[in-house]
Design a binder for this molecule. Structure first.
Ligand SMILES: [Zn+2]
Ligand SMILES: [Zn+2]
Length: 265
């Protein structure tokens, strides 16, 4: 399996996943042009995308999907609850390309997909695990807090994308953000802070996960250095050392990440 985060943050989210014969996106929150550009940057022809999976209906996760699916005819999968509002937002997606899931696992060719619920201020927000040939990739962004089910899904994955949205202190002292918005972000159905994300990493440490890409960083209330420092300090505070080295990476808003190849070994 090959994985690349094409873009991550409040200005647009999309992650590319490739199996042996299948190419999918999780979310398409960049414009169609930008999705095309970033796919071509990693040598993927946009017309080869088989399907787009949607985590939730917020525009930073769906804004390019209507035009992209209209042009290339790819299938679009979302939770049945989310389709109640997505149908109006994604008018370019032909009815025959609209697929719904509802908690049960499903597959797209050789890729097996499972979903897990995330608490976020959307109609129904999910994280995804994509498995193929005994390798597993999971993504959890846009969540106010973690649950044992989320930790279980992440810890059994070779590669994880996990939200590290904000530094709590930086958010609280940001004079540009109104109180109500701060409360929304900090709430149980808002976004995961660096500290909550680092605590999650400690909880999911096992001998399976080889790399964690932190994503959905706020450009206003976070920096990559703050994420890395928080993770390092949390490891020190917990006296925790991973059984094997884990690569820590930060997904960017404006350019694709490293391409990760995960193999069964
Ligand atoms: Zn988002
Ligand atoms: Zn959201």
């Amino acid at each position: 399996m090959r994985v690349c985060v094409l873009g991550s943050g409040s200005k647009g989210n999309s992650t590319y996943i490739e199996g042996e014969n299948t190419k999918i996106l999780i979310d398409g929150g960049l414009s169609k042009l930008e999705l095309e550009k970033r796919l071509m940057q990693i040598d993927v022809n946009p017309s080869e995308i088989n399907a787009i999976l949607i985590t939730h209906e917020h525009s930073d996760h769906i804004s390019g999907i209507s035009n992209f699916s209209k042009k290339y005819g790819c299938k679009v999968y979302a939770h049945s609850d989310a389709w109640t509002v997505l149908s109006d937002k994604l008018v370019g997606v032909e009815f025959k390309n609209q697929y719904e899931f509802n908690g049960s696992d499903f597959s797209i060719n050789e890729l097996n997909i499972s979903t897990f619920d995330l608490d976020h201020d959307a109609i129904h927000c999910v994280g995804f695990s994509v498995s193929c040939n005994k390798t597993k990739f999971s993504i959890a962004t846009d969540l106010g807090h973690t649950t044992p089910e989320i930790i279980h899904n992440l810890s059994s994955s070779d590669l994880v994308v996990l939200e590290a949205n904000h530094d709590i202190q930086k958010l609280k002292t940001n004079t540009k953000y109104p109180y109500s918005l701060k409360q929304r972000i900090l709430s149980n159905h808002g976004h995961l802070s660096n500290q909550a994300s680092a605590d999650t990493l400690i909880q999911m440490l096992g001998n399976k996960t080889r790399a964690v890409i932190f994503g959905h960083l706020s450009e206003e209330n976070n920096t990559p250095d703050l994420v890395v420092d928080t993770v390092k300090q949390t490891f020190i505070n917990n006296g925790a050392l991973p059984e094997r080295e884990i690569k820590i990476d930060i997904a960017k808003q404006h350019k694709p990440s490293t391409i990760y190849k995960i193999k069964n070994n």
